[in-house]
Design a binder for this molecule. Structure first.
Ligand code: SAH
Length: 355
């Protein structure tokens, strides 16, 4: 059975699906989901990410987290966690860059939240030297101070979409017309979670809600507030998102969201205001939302590139310059991607970010 067949059957049995239910099946259906069945990263895959572009990204995030650990008195033991680690490249770069930080590796238990068995196997290979532990749910995190990273994780979580209609909202749904998946709209209803969006939207505007992201951050922040620690969340999006940002990416080009379920990556822009609201509600502080370009420059990416270039041939230097540009330039990933730091009450924010 294809995922398309499964979805058509499900819609016939249950009625139209929310966009979130559609995304969840497309990305993580146990046998047919996009992430469950493949490693989508890299030039031969469907998309690429900052850690796959250059080792400098993970090195600098690692040093920011290690400094945050030192600033909190080097708590031992502690949990070094990643949400959605892909190929394990980011965590491998974090660990290599922090080798020289006294006590850091001995105190760290590496914990990975990963839903895809295929990617877990890749991570096991990349990180075999560090004996990582995989978890399915965040309540399995050890009860020690938590230092956590997430890159392009929140954009992969299911979102619901709502169209403004007077004082209410019509939820966007996925239904079936014959053998084709089509978008439709539910009846108008009140949405208490969107009360604040009645201020900045008009009839016909579309807004998105990522309930899974809020629930995950709630657990992360409750840990950081009670056990100590810090977190760095990097993703594309803005403080408040407006409009339909759901997109499908296949072989590095955009495709139709409903056309190839399970065959394309589905993502949506992250609404950082919604994340910040759940951070504050769980008793943590959040940093100023900072562009990836500014964050990496503050942490010294240009000096790091110079140091790496000194040991490279001309072709290597050219690749390195292109990677530096791609990660930091405002017209590449520099402005689109943002960094939000999480920390607890009376400590400093992670380096590279402002209170
Ligand atoms: N952080 C990596 C990979 C980003 S792709 C990088 O920067 O290269 C998104 C990752 O999140 C994949 O590893 C995917 O399998 C994982 N993922 C997506 N939804 C998830 C969920 N609900 N729970 C756990 N992992 C998830």
């Amino acid at each position: 059975m294809t995922l398309q067949d499964h979805l058509l059957r499900r819609i016939r049995a249950e009625g139209p699906l929310t966009v979130a239910a559609y995304m969840q099946d497309c990305l993580l259906h146990p046998e047919l989901g996009y992430y469950t069945t493949r490693d989508p990263l890299g030039s031969a895959g469907d998309f690429t990410t900052a850690p796959e572009i250059s080792q400098m990204f993970g090195e600098l995030l690692g040093l920011s987290l290690a400094q945050a650990w030192l600033d909190r008195g080097s708590p031992t033991p502690f949990t070094l966690a990643e949400l959605g680690p892909g190929r394990g490249t980011l965590m491998a770069d974090i660990l290599r860059a922090t080798r020289g930080v006294p006590g850091f590796h001995d105190a760290a238990q590496v914990v990975l939240l990963e839903a895809s068995p295929t990617l877990r196997a890749v991570q096991a290979e990349t990180l075999s030297a560090y004996e990582p532990r995989w978890i399915d749910r965040l309540d399995e995190l050890p009860k020690t101070p938590l230092f956590l990273v997430a890159n392009e994780f929140f954009d992969a979580l299911p979102i619901r979409q709502f169209l403004r209609d007077g004082d209410g909202w019509r939820e966007r749904l996925v239904g079936a017309q014959d053998e084709t998946l089509v978008f439709g709209l539910a009846e108008r209803a009140a949405q208490p979670a969107l009360a604040h969006r009645l201020e900045d939207t008009r009839d016909g505007d579309l807004v998105e809600l990522c309930e899974a992201g809020t629930a995950i951050l709630d657990e992360v922040c409750t840990r950081i507030a009670t056990q100590g620690g810090a977190a760095l969340c990097v993703d594309y999006g803005d403080w408040r998102s407006l409009g339909d940002t759901l997109q499908a990416l296949r072989k590095h080009t955009h495709s139709e969201v409903l056309q190839t379920p399970g065959q394309a990556d589905l993502t949506a822009h992250v609404d950082f205001e919604a994340l910040a609201t759940s951070i504050a509600a769980a008793g943590c502080r959040f940093t100023r939302l900072t562009t990836q370009g500014v964050f990496l420059e503050r942490l010294g990416i240009t000096d790091r590139a110079r140091a790496l270039a000194a040991r490279m041939d001309d072709a290597g230097v050219e690749t390195l310059i292109a990677a530096h540009r791609r990660l930091t330039h405002p017209e590449e990933m520099g402005n689109l991607f943002k960094v939000l730091g999480i920390y607890a009450g009376d400590t400093l924010p992670p380096p590279g970010l402002d209170a």
